[in-house]
Design a protein around this ligand. Structure first.
Ligand code: GTP
Ligand code: MG
Length: 442
């Protein structure tokens, strides 16, 4: 998603973090690098400049925070500004629609309207299912220009398991009214109306959308923007906004080599929210756009919030607190490490979790399987240690390691690997603690 930007940013930020003191020179260097990262990510020049001006203003104004060093203060300022640019901390995340509602979906040809409708219908159905409910969702299309456009939606509706209505009228405005009546008569909760796209914004398309809007007054007008078109998508959004108006945008194809610049600039330029981003061609490839999470992702801190949320769902909080305290105080033992692994295992989809961990952005299935096996092995090793060894692994000499490896049915090198991982994990926590970023996690 924002991988491109995040790679650059985390490089810059760790560089800044190494400098104990911020001097005019290294601030300027860092700013220059941030600017290059933004421009490389296809952020429009004026937006990048405005962003840097804001950061600069704060760097000058900010008294160095007592607990943070200068580099960390700089990171915090960049973090806060980034968050603001992406929509702000407490911005409303529109990933649910009031019931009942008509949602008119608009966008240029091939932007991903039809696919995204199916994805949202799927998203909402699944959310309802979790609560033991079933949402009555209707999909319908007034795209009569492209052959097979209507059938495409019908097939997707079947795949998702929601209803589809085929209008008899062939004129988009009359068809919209017909669909709307069907929606009302049958007491559906949500209607997603797919509209025709054009290659470019033209009067005919705009007029059609305006007429449909007048005819059925959809509660939500959603604009689909193709992230692959980069800065151009901002112009498209402005044009749609002036001509038809819209409530929220969805950026599709963020999985492509789109560099995220459009998403970065969208809120700032349009003063509107992004509600979802599309991250692939499959039905499940849709994510709510949460500015907070995107910010941490861009800064390469992993999506800690998402991780916490998952953890909270599945983890014994008391236990977690005890472990966290132990980690902080340095009394974290191998036994705790094993418990922590169990917790991670109980969080469900391992791959999803890995994605959120810093530096683990692009884990493959293979790697996930490998990690699962590794965890199993580690647990076996830890349980074949005696109490003293679990608490003080530094006493493990060659012969102890051999005994443990034999007991666990593994090689001595596996024992060494575990010890290494354990040390890394301790170091990571120490680092995180210093950065102050993870404090709220604990
Ligand atoms: N990689 C990727 N492909 C996507 C995404 N969303 C849509 N697509 C693909 O983009 C192409 C166009 O998607 P559609 O949903 O048909 O787009 P549309 O706006 O309805 O197109 P028209 O009806 O022709 O105007 C399809 O091949 C989709 O599979 C996404 O998030 N990621
Ligand atoms: Mg379509």
């Amino acid at each position: 998603m924002f991988n491109f930007l995040s790679q650059k940013f985390s490089g810059i930020l760790s560089w800044v973090n190494d400098k104990g003191k911020l001097t005019e020179q290294n601030v300027n260097d860092a700013m220059q690098q941030v600017k290059e990262a933004l421009l490389d990510a296809d952020v429009p020049l004026n937006v990048a400049d405005d962003f840097l001006k804001e950061v600069q203003k704060n760097v000058v104004g900010e008294k160095i925070h007592q607990k943070l060093n200068a580099g960390q203060t700089f990171i915090k300022i960049v973090h806060d500004k980034l968050l603001e640019f992406l929509g702000g901390k407490n911005s409303l995340v529109l990933n649910t629609f009031q019931i009942p509602s008509v949602i008119m979906v608009m966008g240029l040809q091939g932007s991903g309207k039809t696919t995204t409708i199916a994805k949202i219908a799927n998203f909402i159905s699944k959310q309802a299912q979790k609560k033991g409910k079933k949402r009555r969702i209707l999909l319908a299309s007034v795209d009569f220009y492209r052959p097979a456009a209507v059938e495409q939606l019908q097939v997707l509706a079947q795949q998702v398991g929601v209803d589809f209505y085929q209008a008899q009228y062939k004129n988009p405005i009359d068809a919209a009214a017909e669909i709307y009546n069907f929606f009302k008569k049958n007491s559906y909760e949500l209607l997603f109306l797919d509209t025709a796209g054009r290659l470019h914004i033209d009067n005919e398309m705009i007029k059609e959308l305006v007429d449909i809007d007048l005819k059925i007054s959809p509660k939500y007008k959603v604009l689909i923007l193709d992230a692959m078109t980069g800065q151009e998508s901002l112009n498209v959004a402005r044009a749609f906004d002036q001509a038809v108006g819209f409530h929220t945008a969805i950026l599709s194809k963020m999985d492509s080599d789109a560099r995220g610049g459009a998403a970065f600039a969208f809120k700032y330029c349009l003063k509107k929210s992004i509600s979802f981003v599309g991250s692939g061609e499959k039905i499940d490839d849709l994510e709510s756009f949460v500015p907070d999470r995107m910010t941490t992702r861009i800064l390469g801190m992993g999506d800690i919030l998402s991780l916490i949320e998952k953890a909270e769902e599945n983890i014994d909080t008391k236990e977690q607190e005890v472990i966290a305290k132990k980690m902080m105080s340095g009394g974290f033992t191998l036994k705790d490490f094993a418990k922590q692994m169990d917790m991670i295992n109980s969080m469900g989809s391992f791959q999803k979790i890995m994605k959120y961990l810093p530096g683990m952005g692009g884990v493959s299935d293979d790697l996930v399987e490998k990690s699962k096996d590794e965890m199993k092995k580690f647990r076996a090793i830890i349980s074949s240690m005696n109490k003293k060894e679990q608490i003080m692994p530094e006493i493990l000499n060659g012969s102890r390691k051999q005994r443990i490896a034999k007991g666990a049915g593994v090689q001595v090198q596996d024992v060494n690997q575990l010890l290494q991982k354990f040390e890394q994990s301790k170091r990571f926590v120490k680092m995180a603690k210093n950065k102050g970023q993870f404090r709220k996690f604990f």
